[in-house]
Every structure is written in C-alpha cells, then in structure tokens.
Design a protein around this ligand. Structure first.
Ligand code: TXA
Ligand code: MG
Length: 337
C-alpha cells in the first residue's frame, strides 16, 4: 500500500473517524483506541450492543504494557510463539483502557495481527500518537465476518475508507485465550488450535466456562447469513436435499467432499482445514446472495484441526434467520454457550 494511503487513513483515525483494514484473519473496523467518541462510532456503525468488548490491535508486543497491567508468564510464552498472528489475549487492563472498549470489564483483549498492511497502519498510527486501534470485525452485528475489501463495502457502503489488502489469508477470527485468571482458557477457538496453545504453555487449559465474560463471538447465534442454514453430516446430505425437494425449497449445497448432483447449485470448498477456512466466509456470502430457501453445509470432519470451523458453522446454523422460509425459522438465541 502506498504511503499516501496510509497517511490518509491515519489522518482519518486522528480525526476520530473509522477506517477498515485487513488483518490475516478478517477485516477490522478500526478506530483510535484512546478516543471514546471514535469507539462509540464503531458500536453505532455495527449496531453492536455496548457491553460487547472490542479488541485493541497493536504493532508489537512491547506495546502490550500500555494496555495490560499484568503480563503473566503464559502471555509472554504465547506472544513469543504466535505474534504477530491470529491470537487474541485477554489480560487485566491498565487504567487508561477506556470502558467503551472493555464493556466496563476489568480485562482487555489485545492482538498483534500479522497482515503487513495492518502492521504498516498500526506503526503509522503509533507514530502519530495512537498506541492502538480498537477493531471488531468489519461487519454489522451478527453477520458473517468480511474477508475481502468488497465484503466490507457491502456491509457499510462507499463512505467508509477501506484499505484493500486482498483476501484474508486465515479467513476466520482469531483464537481468543484468556490469561487473566488462574489458568489460561480458550474463549473462542480459532486456527491456532488448543493443542498448539497447550504445547507452548506446557500445561492444561482450563475448561471452565461458568464465569465467562460476555463475548459476542460466544453467542450461539453469530456469524450468520440471512438464508436458513443447516449443517448436515456427509451421509445425510442426500436425504436433506430430498427433504428440501419435497417442500419445493431451493437449495445451495456447500461441500468439501460430496459429489452429489442435485437441482440447485453446489459450492465446492477445499478439503483441508486451512484452505477451507480461507474460503468459508466468502462462500457463505455467495450462498446467501443466491436467494435460495436453504443453505445446506456439509458438516466438517470431527477432527481437532476442523474444530474452529465446526464452531463457526454451528453458530451460523443457529443464527441464520428464516427470512424466506417461515417453516425453518430459527429462534435467535441470546444466551452465551
Ligand atoms: O480475528 C479477530 O479477532 C478479528 C480481527 C479484526 O482482529 N476481530 C474480531 O473482533 O473478531 P470481534 O469484535 O468481532 O470479536 C472480538 C471478540 C468478541 O467476541 C469480544 O466479545 C471478545 O473478542 N472480547 C474482546 N475483549 C474481551 C474481553 N476483555 N473479555 C472477553 N472477551 C473479549
Ligand atoms: Mg465479529
């Protein structure tokens, strides 16, 4: 990206405006993390409830101390192993962290992303007196996260400045690890797996969930297209298509292994988890845009490497609204899982 584009983006951020930027996971809707009015604009533009905290993005690990008052050994190990990269840490916050960012919690989520353009922007912002950018995924609340600049424009229209860094390499949101408590625990699975995190920490993760802070990604209904979506085991796909045919419902099939022929369209995704993750959100958007009655998604293998993808697809199935087919309308759950 040219220096003038970065300079223009930084000027907007300094003026309290929002700038969308690419990360290796998904595009973020960024604002100066020290400006409460800019943070408020993120929530307004996304339509996101105010008690859902946003992640602060930083250019390097050294800046963590600006935001976190305690950096436990686990945090050091994880940042050394995975930053810059698709990992967010939840830490006890410093007093300067705005309540608008944390949803009034005593913790803050921080991430150093690996996308070169994100790092260029974060460094330029830091040099201009903005030590971090608050950025949720650049989608309206509850919608599928954007993995291209075009997706962001679909969500927010032409008035938003979007830095175009191409398609996001990872394709689903970062793994979130809470290191603010007695034992580290995963709040949101991602392509950095539990096994990889455990290997670095050399200790088991806490499985505890009862006192989990509010995490919008932990709502059962999230990452959802508008079209009803069903997650179907491979061996039940043919029956699911027949059942849709009986109801005269039009179907798009999203598959990685099936060669079933049927009357509707089929979107074929790669059969390896990393390549699948890279394409899944674009595929869900494309499937949604076809205007069919039902998106049938082949359930991924029950394998650790696929677990973050299974998580996102399960939420998409739960959250998809039955706009076009009242028979399959799904109650949108508002409880944490
Ligand atoms: O990959 C990602 O993490 C992307 C890119 C843009 O960095 N960002 C992202 O942000 O997915 P968002 O806001 O869509 O999801 C961030 C998640 C939310 O579920 C939020 O509730 C959680 O992080 N979170 C942020 N701060 C937290 C905190 N202090 N405690 C618990 N959860 C927190
Ligand atoms: Mg999000």
């Amino acid at each position: 990206m040219s220096a003038p584009a970065i300079t223009a983006a930084v000027a907007r951020l300094q003026a309290g405006a929002l700038v969308a930027f690419p990360t290796e996971t998904v595009y973020g809707l960024g604002a100066d993390a020290t400006n409460p009015r800019a943070i408020a604009a993120i929530f307004a533009r996304k339509g996101r409830p105010h008690d859902h905290p946003v992640i602060v993005h930083i250019a390097e690990s050294a800046e963590l101390a600006v935001w976190a008052r305690e950096i436990p050994a686990a945090a050091h190990l994880l940042t050394q192993a995975f930053w810059p990269g698709p990992l967010t840490l939840i830490l006890r916050r410093t007093p300067r962290v705005l309540n608008e960012i944390t949803g009034r919690q005593d913790t803050v989520g921080v991430r150093c992303p690996a996308h070169p353009l994100a790092l260029q922007l974060l460094r330029a912002a830091a040099a201009a007196g903005m030590p971090g950018l608050a950025a949720p995924s650049a989608n309206r609340y509850g919608q599928v996260s954007p993995t291209t600049a075009a997706h962001v424009r679909e969500e927010f229209g032409p008035t938003l400045l979007v830095l175009d860094g191409g398609a996001c390499e990872v394709g689903i949101e970062s793994t979130i690890v809470d290191v603010s408590g007695a034992a580290p625990r995963i709040l949101r699975p991602g392509m950095i797996s539990a096994a990889a995190i455990t290997a670095v920490l050399q200790r088991p993760l806490s499985a505890e969930r009862a006192d989990a802070p509010r995490v919008s990604g932990a709502l059962a209904a999230h990452y959802a297209p508008r079209t009803p979506l069903q997650l179907v085991p491979t061996r039940e796909l043919a029956a699911a298509i027949s059942a849709a045919n009986v109801r005269a419902a039009t179907v798009v099939l999203v598959t990685y292994s099936s060669s079933l022929s049927h009357a509707g369209q089929t979107l074929i995704l790669p059969a390896t988890p990393a390549a699948y993750a890279h394409e899944i959100y674009a595929a869900l958007r494309a499937a949604d845009a076809l205007g069919v009655d039902l998106i049938l998604v082949e359930a991924p293998p029950a394998d650790d490497a696929w677990s973050a993808l299974e998580d996102r697809l399960r939420r998409a199935a739960h959250g998809a609204r039955g706009d076009r087919d009242p028979l399959s309308r799904v109650e949108v759950a508002r409880h944490t899982v």
